[in-house]
Design a protein around this ligand. Structure first.
Ligand code: ARG
Length: 411
């Protein structure tokens, strides 16, 4: 009897605790600190004052939005577009740092009326009187923000990296579908214990983006070596780049297909030379239309169950809308907001085993952007089974957050 009673108390205690924790975890209408389960008010997020133990409430407070990379800051629970009045390049350096970039290229301004409607409201300007402060600050620090009329009517756009160009690629006809030198200078070959296992894309001089399923269970930097700037798979002894850190999305599960994204940080930064170049990340809210012709590339198999290729192959594939890709007979019930489909419903051209993690790249006004990372498909190139890619616009917060956190403490 006593035992039974004890048991009951235990159950009740666990239940209350469980429910209590559950409520704590949801943090309804509040911001939840990642590591603890503390909840703080939304207005305390991105206000320039650290409230969470690890400072999570002051991360991801800046983003670039829309086709023209307009700068937005989060404040009082909303994203606001930064007016170009009082803007200067020192602020640009801080903004790029907060996005996780090591560098800053340039800022410019655009008439507010020329950007996407969604980003036109809610303008803010950043005023800093004491120039000495500028290096250290985070630009969203509330004491420097003010609601504004934005008298110039212009908003700030910034560029943190020269990316998405192919300076060494000359448009000649390529034999079959073997890639030409310099055609996909952002393509990386990820070697696991000296063998090509997956693809990846160069997104900055230090970061390679790939799929979580490529590294899950093997996220130990010393097991990996990266090769860049190549067409033919390297023979033994070819120079390989060391990995310093591997991060995959913490919600990725090997049984699932969502959150299939990972980053590898290189031990030494890359030197860009035309054969090795970064691809641009898209911006928040950028839309890539169905039917847009993009490119996939890699050293994957040329048929389902086949061997990997010695030379890098590439193919043109159109983007497929989620609506079409989720139809019965295609991937009904499987396509989430973290995925984007590309390829042909009639089959014939697709990515395949060994291409995973590699780029789905689309050209947009002479700049190449990373729209997807090769993730999964049923078989390869089968009818009604196009390739499915991790949707990069959905992953931007995660990507920038990882890069930002990893830069903290750097000067
Ligand atoms: N999961 C595969 C890999 O690890 C890539 C699959 C892509 N499949 C497709 N049919 N597009 O390499």
């Amino acid at each position: 009897m006593e035992l039974l009673f004890g048991g009951c108390v235990l159950v009740v205690v666990t239940l209350t605790l469980g429910i209590g924790l559950g409520v704590g975890l949801s943090c309804e209408g509040k911001f939840r600190c990642g590591t603890s389960s503390r909840c703080i008010s939304i207005s305390a997020q991105c206000d320039g004052i650290v409230d969470c133990e690890e400072g999570e409430d002051e991360l991801s407070c800046v983003r670039l939005s829309g086709k023209s990379s307009v700068l937005q800051v989060r404040s009082e629970g909303e994203w606001k577009t930064v007016c170009s009045d009082e803007w200067n390049s020192a602020l640009g350096v801080s903004a790029c740092k907060q996005l996780g970039y090591a560098r800053y290229v340039e800022s410019s301004s655009l008439p507010c009326s020329s950007i996407e409607q969604d980003f036109q409201n809610n303008l803010i300007s950043i005023n800093i009187n004491r120039s000495g402060l500028q290096q250290a600050i985070k630009i969203h620090n509330a004491s420097h923000l003010s609601k504004t009329q934005c008298s110039s009517g212009r908003v700030t756009t910034i560029k943190c990296l020269d990316c998405g160009t192919r300076p060494r690629f000359s448009r000649r006809i390529v034999g079959g579908n073997v890639s030409a030198s310099g055609q996909f200078p952002w393509q990386v070959s990820l070697h696991f214990q000296n063998e090509h296992l997956c693809g990846g894309s160069i997104i900055t001089s230090q970061w390679i983006l790939t799929a979580a399923h490529c590294v899950y269970g093997f996220a130990y930097p010393t097991l990996w070596a990266l090769h860049v700037g190549l067409i033919e798979q390297p023979v033994n002894g070819a120079q390989a780049l060391a990995v310093e850190k591997i991060i995959y999305h913490d919600r990725y599960r090997p049984k699932g297909l969502d959150y299939d994204i990972a980053l590898m940080k290189l031990a030494e930064p890359l030197i860009f030379n035309g054969y090795v170049e970064p691809i641009c990340l898209p911006n928040f809210g950028e839309n890539f239309e169905d039917g847009l012709i993009c490119w996939i590339s890699g050293w994957g198999a040329s048929e389902d169950g086949g061997e990997g290729s010695v030379s890098m192959h590439s193919a043109r594939v159109p983007l497929i809308s989620t609506k079409v890709c989720s139809q019965p007979g295609v991937y009904q019930g499987f396509i989430s907001s973290w995925m984007i489909c590309a390829g042909y419903l009639e089959g014939g051209t697709d990515s395949c085993q060994g291409d995973s993690g590699g780029p789905l790249a689309c050209e947009d006004m002479a700049v190449w952007k990373l729209v997807g990372a090769t993730s999964w498909g049923q078989g390869c190139a089968e009818r009604n089974k196009p390739g499915v890619y991790t949707r990069i616009t959905q992953s931007l917060y995660w990507i920038h957050l990882q890069m930002e956190v990893s830069r903290e403490g750097e000067t």
